[in-house]
Every structure is written in structure tokens, then in C-alpha cells.
Design a binder for this molecule. Structure first.
Ligand SMILES: CC(C)(COP(=O)(O)OP(=O)(O)OC[C@H]1O[C@@H](n2cnc3c(N)ncnc32)[C@H](O)[C@@H]1OP(=O)(O)O)[C@@H](O)C(=O)NCCC(=O)NCCS
Length: 207
């Protein structure tokens, strides 16, 4: 039911992202931007990404991140800056006020942690119709197992503090602990979570 993300899955992952993150900034940037983002993670040697398949074998959930998350966005942008710039034109024209935020999104100066012993879980989503059925939990556990196999002792992620009780309790149930709280330049209050990959019982692949 869970397997590694392949490039041919990316359009499904984009569709799941758009339906599980309505109103979020990356969704506003649109399918072209998201396709570049998820293809970049899929193709990168440091990428860790899996899809959850529904009964018809179609991706209905995903999790995506990388080892050594510090500088990943910069590396991705260096390689594909022109494509990201092209993909951002329409959303920026629609709402010119977002240009500063687009620049920050692609340059991502917030300073993800560096090091081969750390992995960042950047994005996870499950189609609304399957939420609450255990898919998200399996995706996180698979991500942690793979991070561990790649030599990462710890995994970090960030999520909104406000209006996001379900997601926060979802991560806490999976053993993540808040290590830092901060406010983004847009005023979003964020929780930064960490978990040790050895707190996850199995060191075997779950896919
Ligand atoms: C967050 C998300 C990935 C979780 O995936 P999911 O498949 O819904 O979660 P699961 O079904 O695996 O549930 C895991 C746990 O949460 C519990 N849970 C499920 N639905 C719940 C709900 N509505 N309220 C509270 N707890 C709930 C489950 O009972 C389970 O707990 P258990 O292990 O004690 O039984 C998914 O809801 C989603 O895509 N949300 C929108 C996108 C998003 O916000 N992503 C995270 C951004 S950081």
C-alpha cells in the first residue's frame, strides 16, 4: 500500500497536495510550481518520499522530505531557478503582493538544520476522503524508518500552531516533541517538532 515516490506519481501527489492543503501558500503557487517541487525531491539523491496507494493502486497520500535538509531548497533552486521563476509568473501576476513571499519560499532563508544525521519532513498529505483511516500514520512511520536506514538519527518538521490541533496531536501521538516555536515574517505562529528515529520501534522497511 506504500511505496517509494516515482516521477510518474508526481501529478497525483500534486492533486493530493491541492486537496489536502486548500488555502495554503504552496497551493496558491499552483500545480506547475508544486510539480517542480515534488519532482525535485523525487529526483534528488537526498530525497525521501513515499506514496500511499488507494484500492485502485492510485496515490491518495504522500510524504516528502530529504536528508541534510539545510540548503536543499537552495540547491533545488540553483538547478531549476528558471523553471521555478516561470511557474511563479501567473500566481504573482494574479496577486503581486505575494512577490516577497515567493522570493522567500524559493530561497527559504529560514535555515533548515544541516547535516547527514538529520532529515526534514517537508510535506505530508492524505486525500480528505481517506483522512483518519491510518494512512498518515503509516506514511510518517515509513518516512522515519527510511531516514533511519539512511543514517539519520533525528527528523524535524514544522507546522502551524494555531487552528491546527488535529495535525499537532497527530505528530505528538507519533512521538514528535516541540523543540522550538517561532513566528514567520507573515505572522504565522509555528511549532518545530523533532523525533529520534530510534524511538520508532522497527528498523525494517515497512514498504
Ligand atoms: C495530517 C494528515 C497527514 C494525517 O493523516 P491521517 O491519515 O488523517 O491520520 P491517521 O488516520 O493516520 O491518524 C493518526 C492518528 O490520529 C487520529 N485521528 C484521526 N482522525 C482524527 C481526527 N479527526 N481528530 C483527532 N484525531 C484523529 C487517529 O485516531 C490516529 O490515532 P491513533 O494512532 O491513536 O489511532 C492528514 O489529516 C492530512 O492530509 N491533513 C491535511 C494536510 C496537512 O495538514 N498536513 C500536515 C501539514 S504539517
Amino acid at each position: 500500500m506504500i511505496r517509494k515516490l516515482e516521477l510518474s506519481d508526481v501529478s497525483h501527489v500534486v492533486a493530493v497536495h491541492l486537496s489536502s492543503f486548500p488555502g495554503f501558500f504552496l497551493s496558491f503557487l499552483g500545480p506547475k510550481f508544486l510539480k517542480l517541487f515534488y519532482s525535485g525531491i523525487c529526483a534528488a539523491p537526498e530525497g525521501i518520499a513515499f506514496v500511499y496507494l488507494n484500492d485502485d493502486g492510485v496515490p491518495a497520500g504522500f510524504v516528502a522530505g530529504t536528508t541534510n535538509p539545510g540548503g536543499f531548497y537552495t540547491r533545488l533552486l540553483k538547478r531549476d531557478w528558471f523553471k521555478f521563476a516561470l511557474a511563479s509568473i501567473v500566481p504573482v501576476l494574479k496577486k503581486p503582493a505575494v512577490i516577497g513571499r515567493v522570493a522567500r519560499a524559493v530561497s527559504h532563508p529560514s535555515g533548515n538544520p544541516m547535516g547527514d544525521d538529520v532529515a526534514g519532513l517537508f510535506s505530508i498529505g492524505v486525500l480528505p476522503v481517506l483522512q483518519g483511516t491510518g494512512a498518515g500514520k503509516m506514511l510518517v512511520q515509513t518516512f522515519l524508518a527510511e531516514a533511519r536506514l539512511r543514517g539519520c538519527a533525528r527528523v524535524f518538521l514544522t507546522t502551524d500552531r494555531d487552528g491546527n490541533e488535529y495535525v499537532n496531536s497527530f505528530y505528538e501521538k507519533l512521538g514528535f516533541e516541540i523543540k522550538r516555536q517561532y513566528v514567520t515574517p507573515e505572522g504565522r505562529r509555528m511549532n518545530e517538532y523533532w523525533v529520534a528515529t530510534d524511538s520508532f520501534a522497527s528498523d525494517k522497511r515497512t514498504y
